[in-house]
Design a protein around this ligand. Structure first.
Ligand code: NAD
Length: 513
């Protein structure tokens, strides 16, 4: 494939199809099952990857276990130094890797670059963090006693990632886990394994230069079956899984059944509230970016807008006008704002959802059709849709991973809008557009938005890595990336030290022998 050979050359990659890697070693080249990967951008075959077997999984886990014994003893700031070098290497390959992300996943090149930048940013964050994994000290109730807590590494962290952020989600998890002293096994989405192979290639040079043991950063290519092996494996104390709520319920149940830890980052059904006091110019820009960016395939995509009746017609007209002029096309072409959906199944889900919501009473205002003709041969390009709907409709309650924006009207105060915004099963991202302090503060109170992310005069998507990222309810409750999200990758230990000559008991208990 000529589109991709130049990129691979820039990345220094010869082999795109091994089933697993434990760092420097690659394996599973002769496995019985292969999967062909086609670009959603032009429908062309990029490469065929080998699918890992259960035996490959076993090799990877055993290698990771051995690596953990070494890695956990490396001082945290020294682990940070490895992550610093990984960040630098990713910086160096930002453009070709961004291009590969764009070509394999279908997001526009600018967003592909943004995704790699996010990896660089989290590396920088993790380097600083490697000197800041603080525990608290407490005053003991007993004389001449000292009490404090410390955080220790967990062991193997299994990372299951989704297709839509094919590489960034891995870095959010693995770079924090690495400075925490954990080793990682990454199972990327079977829809986007090539960018994962590319990342492994990029970091393997750093692992080699630093003489790290095999197994600190491993990669395994497979579908749900490999994910299930991980979820059920007691040797994997933490499984961090990003994807659909359907998947998260299975992973959460399997990990829970063995009392392991699961960090779940699942689907969203994100809304923007537009009040009578909104700056419409800003609101419209944020809505369009949030709703059609990444062709509606972000977990934080704006899926609903809840607009006060006084602004409703104006917003509706402006949005329809913009939607009818959206540049849809090859994601690698400059000027394109809307690329393809990941595959034809996603297109089917898009058209089915539109059909269903119209049966429920929804009114399609614009878009909704397949784009065909020259340049659109892959059959994965759609025109983003806007539908007038009501919040309680079955389809509005679901996350359809495609560009459908539901327009919902409210007539009362901000409380009514907040109730609508909270009135779904998911709880990832939310935002309000208002210049009225009473409205914005109400949105942020404990009776306001019930989401993990609540923004004011900013859309629902495009979070910075410095904050903790994740959501409530069916979004799974996990937090990744910034703030103190690192604590999920460690075990907390409380230590009490007695430097007296007595042995007093807590709570003043007398136990004389
Ligand atoms: P998906 O659930 O189909 O797959 C995600 C990953 O889970 C893949 O690697 C897949 O192989 C694996 N998997 C599937 N079933 C499994 C099982 N039973 N056991 C173990 N692993 C299993 O999701 P997708 O289509 O790749 O991604 C889109 C979804 O991801 C959307 O719902 C989106 O909102 C969500 N997402 C959430 C976040 C977040 O941070 N909250 C970020 C990105 C994507």
């Amino acid at each position: 494939n000529t589109q991709i050979s130049e990129v691979l050359q820039q990345l220094g990659i010869k082999e795109l199809n091994p089933a697993y890697s434990t760092g420097l070693e690659w394996g599973g080249l002769g496995n019985p099952n292969t999967k062909e990967i086609y670009s959603p951008a032009d429908g062309k075959l990029i490469a065929a990857v080998q699918m890992a077997t259960a035996a490959d999984y076993e090799t990877v886990v055993q290698t990771a276990q051995k690596a953990f014994a070494v890695w956990q003893r490396v001082p945290a700031p020294k682990r940070g130094e490895i992550v610093r070098q990984i960040g630098d290497r990713l910086r160096q390959y930002k453009e070709p890797l961004g291009k590969l992300v764009s070509y394999e996943m279908g997001k526009i090149y600018q967003e592909g670059l943004g995704e790699v930048q996010e990896m660089v940013d989290i590396c920088d964050f993790a380097v600083g963090l490697s000197r800041q994994m603080y525990g608290l000290t407490m005053h003991s109730e007993r004389p001449e006693h000292r009490m404090y807590e410390q955080y220790h590494p967990l062991g193997i962290v299994g990372i299951i990632s989704a297709f839509n952020f094919p590489v960034a989600v891995w870095s959010w998890n693995s770079m924090l886990a690495a400075v925490c002293g954990d080793v990682c096994i990454w199972k990327p989405s079977e829809k986007t394994p090539l960018t994962a192979v590319a990342c492994q290639h990029i970091i393997s040079s750093v692992l080699k230069e630093n003489n790290l043991p095999e197994g600190v950063f491993s990669l395994i290519i497979g579908d749900a079956q490999i994910g299930e092996l991980m979820s059920n494996d007691v040797r994997v104390p933490l499984v961090s899984a990003t994807g659909s709520t359907r998947m998260g319920k299975k992973v959460g149940a399997a990990v829970g059944a063995r009392l392991g830890k699961a960090l779940l980052e699942l689907g969203g059904n994100n809304a923007i509230i537009v009040t009578p006091n909104a700056d419409l110019e800003m609101a419209v820009r944020a809505i369009v970016f949030g709703a059609v960016g990444t062709a509606g395939q972000r977990c934080t995509t704006t899926r609903r807008i809840i607009v006060h009746e006084s602004q409703y017609e104006e917003i509706k007209n402006r949005l329809v006008k913009i939607y009818e002029q959206l540049p849809i096309g090859n994601p690698l072409k400059e000027g394109t704002l809307v690329g393809p959906l990941i595959d034809k199944d996603a297109v089917k889900a898009f058209t089915n959802a539109l059909e269903h919501v119209q049966k429920e009473g929804g009114k399609l205002l614009t878009g909704g059709s397949l784009v065909s003709g020259e340049g659109f041969e892959s059959g994965t390009y759609v025109r983003p849709a806007i539908v007038e709907a009501q919040n309680h409709y079955e389809m509005v309650q679901e996350e359809t991973f495609a560009p459908i924006l539901y327009l919902i009207r409210y007539t009362g105060g901000v409380e009514e809008a907040i109730a609508l915004q909270n009135g779904v099963k998911q709880g990832l991202s939310s935002s309000i557009f208002s210049t009225n302090m009473r409205e914005t503060e109400a949105f942020l109170t404990h009776w306001g938005s019930d989401c993990g992310i609540a923004n004011v005069n900013i859309g629902t998507s495009g979070a910075e890595i410095g904050g903790a990222f994740g959501g409530e309810k069916e979004t799974g409750g996990g937090r990744e990336s910034g703030s103190d999200a690192w604590k999920a990758y460690m075990r907390r230990q409380t230590n009490t030290i007695n430097y007296s000559t007595q042995l007093p008991l807590a709570q003043g208990i007398k136990f004389d022998i």
